[in-house]
Design a protein around this ligand. Sequence first.
Ligand SMILES: *Cc1c(COP(=O)(O)O)cnc(C)c1O
Length: 497
Amino acid sequence: MNYRSTRGSDKRITAAEAIIWGLADDGGLYVPELFPLLTEEKIAELAGKSYQERAAYIMNLFLDGFDSEELTQFSNLAYSEPGYDHPAIAPLYKLDNNTRFLELWHGPTCAFKDMALQMLPRLLTSSLRKTGESREVCILVATSGDTGKAALEGFADVPGIKIMVFYPRDGVSDIQKLQMSTQIGNNVNVVAVEGNFDDAQTGVKSIFSDAKLRDELDRSGYFLSSANSINWGRLVPQIAYYVSAYCDLLAEEEIIPGNMINFCVPTGNFGNILAAWYAKKIGLPINKLICASNRNDVLTQFISTGTYDRNRTFFTTSSPSMDILVSSNLERLLFELSGKDGEATREYMSALSRLGRYEIPPATKDEINSVFAGGWCCEDDTMTTIADVFYKNGYLIDTHTAVAYKVRSDYMSETGDETLTVVVSTASPFKFCDSVLKALGRQVIGTGVDLLDELADISGCDIPASLSSLRKKQPRFTGSVAKDGMKSAVKGFLGVR
Ligand SMILES: *Cc1c(COP(=O)(O)O)cnc(C)c1O
């Protein structure tokens, strides 16, 4: 199976090339030309397997040119203790008869991005070998928090790869800052940018599009690549946990083969929920995908009106990983639902960059509505939901997961759809201690790691080891640069003059 761009170019490339390049030459995203099929029998068979075996199987369906032994080995290494603190890797928690939480935060950085970023470096290294690339790759990341640390953990000390992370100096939480600045590894660098997330991201984008710099790096034996969520190598490992959740329900005899379930996903860049859509596309029995947003409800509006409009106020919320106005991965869905029309997709994206908005035709909107429901949750309801779930059920959730749970409850009362729903839980509550403590009615005194114990005391939950160990660690990276100093920081790190 080959890959093609969403923007219509005729070029076909291999899975390894799609993983190395990330973005197509015409600005589009890579999508598989054909979709594999996951049969009911196969799903039943996978129900008897481990998470690692399920993940290797699903990746093998999509990644031609990779063999199953290699993928099994990667899966065993990526999803294992002690990096993961739960033997099931992505366990389901039963809240009530028709509600489960899929806990995707048992990895080394306590957020769901580990599910992809523990795998991507292995896929990338192997892809470089397959294509005969001799240069060394430097991964550049601009992060608003979760991605940076997950990428650092994934790429630390991977041979042939260097990684440099830029984060906004005043735009990440204390814990996130500490997680990144204490990162170990001989190939990593972390720099604070004097500005906000947009400044960091704009800086990284301009480094990528700097042809002169590209030549200089090339002469020194380097090229740049990105680990952001549009990379196909991040999406494929995410398809696996949707299949795995279904398999767990089968194995526990909560459903029988063929039963439909819903997933509700707290959404930002549309990567996680798109992976669920791919799972449905290849045959996983999914009824509805519920797309949950916080106050930045651009996707809710899009699903209900068919118009995507980013010309609106940007809000900073307690679920920062969903504070996004342009959900890049939506482009892949538009491409598929417009009948693989690259021309149409290119026009939507061009309108988005020129006018900040685009409108899809009624037929495409109907397609979307047949699978997706959308909803959003305000800040007050996020807080109330955390408290409700904790005091009624004794289960502690983070802010992102609370948004999803509330949106799912609203969906259920509006539609009467009582299909068993898996709410995707994307971060450990300990990663967002101050919001969670506030939600539980505590006055928050102190910051960062000081709050871990308090949350543990109130909730009776264990602090994830990777967070409690932060208290003993010394920051290694304390430097910051001005916005226009990012390029020289990259050259300095790579020793290029
Ligand atoms: C990144 C992130 C999200 C959003 O996921 P997308 O794939 O960008 O839609 C939700 N919750 C948490 C905790 C995240 O880190």
